[in-house]
Ligand binder design. Structure first.
Ligand SMILES: [Zn+2]
Length: 420
């Protein structure tokens, strides 16, 4: 199936894309007569982006570029994405279609990584355009360790936390270790904005319960921007004005039947600096025709990447399937899963119901799921997957230090531990 945009916008996109060296000769010479003709154009893959970075996809003169970002894959070589000023503004507008409805009354703490990747910056701009106060509190930075962020959320009365789902869970864990209740001790927190990882219904529920605040999801990536946002009712809707969405079978040709899971292909109708025509995102997804009270006609389920699925005896289990299998485990927190020999799935689940003094001893085997696959669930105490002390660690100081006391110098001068 193919939805979104219209043929005029698609033709404008093709005109812009022809200016990029990668697309010269790959696109039809004549304008499309209907949106369905888009399907005759070859796909653009991440391997194409990687191979032709940094300049092969640049479609505007360098002086029109306002920002540069990279996304990383497993192979190491980065992918280059250039953005013009209007690309930044469009992406911020896409983010502001979200039902979280940021306003001047909000203090938004942004915990996405600011270094190199895009979402922190465009979310930041979106919040500023709505007049909100922004606290840039990057993850993966030594200057903003977990306890500092937990404290800031309290004394600055943060109303919206924007973070990857795992970050939201780890911040809550850190708050608990500091003797706080995430559900009760942050009364100003009215919403959590999620991005960067697929958000299954179970994980959404977990975060909502931990923080006692609704979660609003944002599906996108550095390559394309914000392509789907949660509405006021917590349903993820594709931004049909800015993108064309297709779902294909694994053969990368056959359109999936409506309502079935396929691989998501996205065309960026508005992007100027790095337009992408039929970008194979690698994400498995389902477009559900479903009229929402907000007026949207489609809901998008992002089920995760193919490499994040587990294949057992010919069955492919994605994040949503796996979460559903362990949804009834009491006190469930973080979990991991692997194959159970000779056939089945073995989950290791952090559970608050589990005594601190026992570790991984109690296991139960059940036969569950529609596919009748044997499942073993081993419960382990909270804190098994992440060292609590590491969460509380204040990390390295952010500023270089040149002035030491005599005692400090005596103690450190002849060791390698002197840290500037
Ligand atoms: Zn809706």
């Amino acid at each position: 199936m193919i939805i979104g945009g219209d043929v005029n916008l698609a033709n404008q996109m093709l005109s812009r894309a022809r200016r990029a060296s990668f697309y010269s000769g790959r696109l039809p010479d004549k304008p499309l007569r209907s949106l369905s003709e888009l399907a005759q154009i070859p796909l653009t893959t991440k391997a194409d982006l990687r191979e032709h970075s940094p300049y092969g996809f640049l479609a505007v003169p360098k002086h029109e570029v306002a920002a540069y970002h990279e996304s990383f894959g497993t192979t190491g070589k980065p992918v280059s994405i250039w953005l013009a000023e209007d690309d930044l503004l469009d992406t911020a507008d896409e983010i502001n279609t979200c039902g979280v409805n940021l306003s001047v009354a909000d203090t938004v703490l942004i915990r996405y990584p600011y270094a190199i990747s895009q979402v922190a910056h465009t979310f930041h701009l979106a919040a500023r355009l709505r007049g909100a106060c922004v606290i840039p509190a990057s993850s993966r930075s030594t200057i903003s360790p977990f306890p500092r962020i937990v404290n800031m959320m309290r004394y600055l009365d943060v109303t919206v936390l924007a973070a990857l789902p795992l970050q939201a869970i780890l911040l809550a864990r850190c708050a608990e270790l500091m003797g706080l209740s995430p559900a009760r001790d942050f009364p100003g927190l009215r919403a959590i904005c999620s991005a960067g990882e697929p958000l299954s219904p179970q994980r959404r529920k977990l975060i909502q319960e931990i923080w006692n605040a609704p979660v609003f999801d944002n599906y996108g990536m550095t390559e394309i921007g914000a392509a789907a946002l949660d509405c006021l009712y917590g349903r993820l809707h594709p931004v049909l004005s800015d993108f064309v969405f297709e779902l294909l079978e694994e053969d990368r040709e056959t359109p999936v039947r409506p309502g079935n899971i396929g691989y998501l292909v996205v065309s960026t109708l508005k992007r100027r600096a790095t337009p992408l025509v039929r970008y194979w995102t690698g994400d498995r997804a389902r477009l559900v025709p479903e009229l929402c009270p907000c007026g949207a006609q489609y809901r998008l389920e992002v089920r995760g990447r193919q490499e994040d699925c587990l294949q057992v005896a010919g069955h492919l289990f994605d994040l949503w399937d796996l979460e559903a299998m362990i949804q009834h485990v009491p006190g469930k927190g973080l979990w991991v899963v692997g194959p159970l020999e000779p056939f089945g799935l073995h989950f290791v689940v952090e559970s608050r119901e589990f005594g601190q003094d026992t570790k991984s001893q109690e296991a139960l085997t059940i036969l569950g799921g529609q596919d009748r696959v044997p499942i073993q669930i081993s419960l382990v105490p909270p804190g098994t997957f992440f060292d609590p002390q590491a969460l509380l660690d204040i990390g390295e100081v952010g500023k270089p230090r040149y002035i030491y006391s005599t005692e400090e110098l005596d103690a450190k001068a002849y060791t390698k531990s002197l840290r500037l």
